[in-house]
Design a protein around this ligand. Structure first.
Ligand SMILES: Cc1cc2nc3c(=O)[nH]c(=O)nc-3n(C[C@H](O)[C@H](O)[C@H](O)COP(=O)(O)OP(=O)(O)OC[C@H]3O[C@@H](n4cnc5c(N)ncnc54)[C@H](O)[C@@H]3O)c2cc1C
Length: 479
């Protein structure tokens, strides 16, 4: 290795000697990569192909002690640091330019205690890794709807998906976390230990430390859930969305139904003449008794005249992967998101207009369905800011050619602006793109002040700043 110039916390350069880097590498069970290493490009690639950043050093951690060593090294040299779990975050904060990327992706262990219904999960595990192990014991954790997402980033932001209304957000099931703090100490956070840190980790994102192990409460589930898609012509969208809204008013916690609006992909069960045409999909899951689910989904499934209804019993692990083919890594992506307490008629009109101007075949709007157990936790009980929203709109602009960047990003922003008057004002930080740094405070609503205080306590230098950043000094940006 040679002496290296690395990006520091003042956005300047710091020289680090070869001997120091060699000593860091020698103290790891994992390894240190630099640009000349064969696996460097693979290690710095993340889900969103818009992000093409080049860390000077990548520390691939094999265990918590490696994370401690990496953080201490970064601290001693005041280096810019990024933290990578599953590499899915749309903002691309997992990778930095010129600094040190702490890569947790090799740490994938999932250990289940079936009798206690607990799981201990390392931060490089994906949702698929977790589902595979937990479902082997008939257990499940509420997470997200795309199985290649990392458990780490998803959890520290909140985490919701198909069984959240029944079992709560992912963070509502977090029992404890092992955390490497900004000064390189490994501590435990739970209700009983470091309570402030535990509060902040549950929704506060990557601001407070690096989690090296999550302990989760699990729930009995499956192996099958009633789940699937009901596909409507987009021409019927207004009536379908209004009836969807009504049908969900009395929905049991077991029932979750998301909406997806886009051009139809060539799904085998869709008649060919619909491929490439605008559609509205009701994607539903009932996480209880299958026969009860048939009754509970009836009202949703009797809406309008669908082109296809493929709702039926499916393995939970399979349903967790149902959207994976639409959400593969390697495309260019830009997202905009709002929380909605209710789906009002004017909001529906905005959504319909936006589908009329889709800039590409992979662009889509997702409406996530929340409520249920999420809303039964007090807003101040965790850092997650919005417990009352029933819906979260996520505008997925997604395309392949850089020449489409401007049109696709403009489409997402336009829809976001038009929908803003009908939204709750708060936002899910895990759906925020990298140009929303000034939205973080608003996104956290009433919880921001406490987050900033805890940030000051645990990370006064803002070492962990490559995230939806909570500033340790209120009102002043540290970058
Ligand atoms: C296709 C797709 C589908 C999605 N679907 C859902 C969904 O259904 N529900 C949902 O809730 N979210 C969903 N998300 C959002 C997802 O939760 C966030 O993108 C999340 O940040 C991904 O975590 P990651 O570990 O993969 O990402 P990374 O990019 O690796 O990490 C994101 C950030 O999390 C922080 N971080 C990572 N690891 C740690 C750690 N060990 N300790 C502390 N902080 C850490 C860092 O700040 C990092 O920048 C989806 C994202 C994508 C791309």
């Amino acid at each position: 290795m040679n002496d290296m110039s690395l990006m520091n916390l003042q956005a300047g350069k710091t020289w680090v000697g070869a001997a120091a880097i060699e000593a860091l590498a020698a103290g790891l069970r994992g390894k240190v990569l630099e640009a000349s290493d064969a696996s460097y490009d693979e290690a710095r690639a993340i889900w969103n192909a818009m992000i093409d950043r080049r860390p000077a050093l990548i520390v691939q951690c094999a265990e918590a002690a490696d994370v401690v060593n990496a953080v201490r090294f970064a601290n001693d040299n005041k280096l810019l640091v990024s933290v990578r779990g599953g590499g899915h975050n749309i903002a691309g904060n997992a990778v930095c330019d010129g600094g040190m990327m702490i890569d947790l992706s090799p740490m994938k262990s999932v250990r289940v205690d079936a009798a206690a219904k607990r799981a201990w999960v390392e931060p490089g595990a994906t949702l698929a890794d977790l589902d595979k192990e937990t479902q082997s014991f008939g257990l499940a954790l509420p997470t997200g709807i795309n199985s290649t997402t990392g458990i780490a980033g998803l959890t520290v932001g909140g985490g919701f998906g198909w069984i959240t209304r029944k079992f709560g957000l992912t963070i509502d099931n977090l029992v404890s976390a092992d955390v490497v703090t900004a000064n390189g100490e490994l501590v435990r956070a739970s209700l009983a230990e470091n309570g402030d840190l535990f509060w902040a980790l549950r929704g506060g994102g990557g601001n407070f430390g690096i989690v090296t192990a999550f302990e989760f409460q699990l729930h009995d589930l499956g192996p099958q859930v009633l789940s699937g898609l009901v596909v409507h012509p987009f021409a019927d969208a207004q009536a379908v969305l209004q009836q969807y809204r009504e049908a969900l008013e009395a929905a049991p916690d077991e029932l979750t139904c998301w909406v997806v609006m886009r051009q139809a992909p060539p799904l085998p069960f869709l008649p060919q003449e619909w491929h490439g045409k605008e559609i509205l999909v009701l994607a539903m899951c009932y996480c209880g008794d299958i026969a009860e689910g048939e009754k509970a989904t009836q009202q949703l499934r009797s809406i309008g005249k669908p082109i296809a209804d493929v709702v039926g019993p499916n393995p939970f692990t399979g349903w967790q992967q149902a959207f994976d083919p639409l959400l593969t890594p390697g495309a260019r992506n830009y997202w905009k998101s709002h929380d909605f307490i209710a789906l009002s008629d004017p909001a529906i009109a905005v959504l319909i207009d936006a589908i009329g101007t889709l800039p590409g075949p992979e662009c889509e709007i997702f409406i996530a369905h929340l409520g249920g157990a999420v809303g039964r936790v007090a807003t101040g009980a965790t850092a997650f800011p919005q417990r009352n929203s029933h819906f979260v709109m996520n505008v997925h602009a997604r395309w392949r050619e850089p020449a489409m960047d401007t049109a696709c990003i403009a489409w997402a922003r336009q829809l976001f602006d038009a929908a803003a008057p009908y939204s709750a004002g708060t936002a899910y930080i895990n759906f925020m793109p990298d140009d929303e740094v000034d939205r973080v405070e608003t996104a956290y609503g009433g919880n921001y002040k406490r987050l900033a205080e805890i940030k000051r306590q645990y990370d006064p230098q803002n070492l962990f700043r490559m995230n939806q950043n909570v500033r340790p000094v209120e009102g002043r940006r540290m970058m």
